[in-house]
Design a protein around this ligand. Sequence first.
Ligand code: ATP
Ligand code: MG
Length: 408
Amino acid sequence: MRQSVLFPKTRKDAPKDAESINHQLLVRGGFIDQLMSGSWTLMPLGFRVVTKINQIIREEMNAIGGQEMLMPVLHPKSIWEETGRWEKAKEIMYQFKMKDKEYGLAFTHEEVVMDLLRKNIKSYQDLPIYVYHFSTKFRDEARARSGILRGREFMMKDLYSAHVSESDLMDYYNKVKDAYSKIFKRIGFDFRVTEASGGVFTDKHTHEFQVMADGGEDFIYYCDNCDWGENKEIFAGKEGEKCPKCKNGKVKGAKSIEVGNIFPLGTWFAERMRVYYADDKGLKKPVWFGSYGIGPTRVMGTLVEVGHDEKGIIWPKAVAPYEVHLVELSGAKNAKKIYEELTQKGIEVLWDDREVGAGEKFADADLIGIPSRLVVSERNGDKIEWKERTSEKTELLSLDEIISKLES
Ligand code: ATP
Ligand code: MG
């Protein structure tokens, strides 16, 4: 991609009302744009990052049997009345009347999945079912102040599973828990899996995936030695105590951001929406149900909260918008050839071909935060200067050396 045509250009200053780091840096870098409070456009760079996050999620969902589909976000009131959640969710759900009919905008999709199940399930032979989609959710969030971490309209990947029994549900629930851990490891987060109460969904305990981050609105206790973690609401101990799990490390407290949440919902939905199957003796039984969410746009914001310095964003390789930022300084003759050769090798390159000064180019490279920077200039001749975003060290290398470095 040539930077001279990339939309939009970077900005020197953050918007005045931008309180959080992700808001400041993502807008300055040209990744997102705010339409109104809680409502964001993913600009081309931001869309690339979210697409990569989604691909990691998709691969891990497919690996546990998930089938991708797409459900509507405009729902009739009637379906939400079946579970009583039309009234219950009044504060969060956008509800409105249009030509005498009442509708709601999806803040989650349990009711729609239940409707699909009752139309399509007859016996135990039709179960289990694992379906997921990536789509927009709407929530009238009271405080939409944390940049893209808390949107009123945001992207969610939600997976739903339906089972013949509690034990089958819980087996799958644990598989999803492992899949979520894989996803957040691949993305590069320092996170903990914590237990929490279920909010509007259930009385049962659920598991949250919490990333330790100063810019977070949540607070968790975690162990500095093992993977133990618990939500502030349910942990009775305090900081400095011995870890209740490994008995070795110390309990610490930290602000955090919830990036994922999984819910064992039991038969609550099936009983209200009459979703039954016939077991092997022909007896009618309610379907066991679970739901599992990740917010990819919040994940992008969280990456910026935990990955930045005073100069800009630091993307992990797994989800960076491009692998390489090729910076062409005036007088360089070989930039186009290098760009084409790298691109032919399948390496994703943002090529700064603009006619602006070196200082501005370097500042933008640091702001945009692509993992590797290559500088071509008259002074470097055939050699290319290699620098990683996280290091001050530079090296002069040949193109072949650079390609093998990138491919390893
Ligand atoms: P929170 O407690 O932060 O309001 P939640 O517990 O209500 O979130 P869930 O219903 O568990 O959210 O949604 C699943 C996932 O969707 C969350 O883990 C988060 O990654 C994402 N998410 C939820 N609300 C938002 C939002 N307003 N903006 C962006 N992502 C969100
Ligand atoms: Mg949650």
